[in-house]
Design a protein around this ligand. Structure first.
Ligand SMILES: Cc1cc2nc3c(=O)[nH]c(=O)nc-3n(C[C@H](O)[C@H](O)[C@H](O)COP(=O)(O)O)c2cc1C
Length: 212
């Protein structure tokens, strides 16, 4: 079994990265081969519509033929049973990097003959989202958008599940920023209580989620 973990957020030691590191520790503690990728370290774009993956007679249609730094990561994903992606929510959606990654990973397995999937493997996808809003606002305003954003991962033929973390601490010292709409006291409390539980959940997910 192999697990690929992808950070689609820019910060390497904040909420999203911390959750993904907990997933990594959980996965490794179960003896699973685990690869961690920081998308913001890679130079790549979304799908370039080169259409090579859709050409007639391709012996390997389920491959992204665009040569850039994402190419080996996509190969790794296609070779894995579990893919975990983390993204902060930016303007009510996952990051642009998340979207670029998704386009590249999900277009090759999509068949334009009948909209089925030509993927020969099965990769379960777990998505960790972090955000400023609380659970109530997420459920009311964001949940359906995120479900829609995640839908193309069905072409990897596994389960797709979203694990949200709400009301995160955005900066270490709110007094240094123009961020008057947030209560630092509340954010700290959430960080010390709920976020610690989210980290424990992330570890458990890495260790146990869809490993059979
Ligand atoms: C450019 C930008 C846009 C954001 N937009 C939203 C938003 O629409 N909704 C929300 O709840 N949080 C929003 N946030 C807050 C982040 O989602 C939140 O702080 C997240 O936990 C950051 O992840 P990180 O700590 O891993 O960087 C935004 C943050 C930035 C920098």
């Amino acid at each position: 079994m192999k697990t690929v973990i992808v950070n689609a957020g820019p910060r390497k030691n904040w909420n999203t990265a911390k959750l993904l590191n907990a997933v990594k520790e959980g996965s490794e503690s179960a003896g699973i081969e685990t690869e961690f990728v920081q998308l913001y370290d890679l130079v790549f774009t979304g799908c370039r519509s080169c259409m090579i993956c859709k050409r007639k007679g391709m012996t390997t249609p389920c491959k992204c033929y665009w040569k850039d730094m994402l190419m080996p990561v996509i190969e790794s994903v296609y070779d894995s049973e579990r893919l975990f992606i983390g993204s902060p929510i930016y303007f009510s959606e996952p990051t642009g990097m998340f979207r670029n990654f998704l386009e590249r990973v999900c277009f090759p397995p999509l068949s334009y003959n009948d909209y089925s999937s030509n993927y020969e493997g099965k990769t379960n996808v777990g998505i960790f989202l972090t955000m400023n809003v609380n659970e109530e606002m997420y459920t009311k305003n964001y949940k359906s958008i995120m479900d829609q954003q995640a839908a193309p991962f069905r072409f990897l033929k596994g389960k797709t599940e979203i694990f949200p973390s709400y009301d995160t601490l955005q900066v270490s010292d709110y007094s240094k920023y123009e961020m008057g709409s947030f209560s630092e006291e509340h954010k700290r409390e959430m960080n010390e209580t709920q976020f610690q539980k989210d980290l424990e959940r992330a570890f458990r997910i890495g260790r146990e989620w869809e490993i059979n």
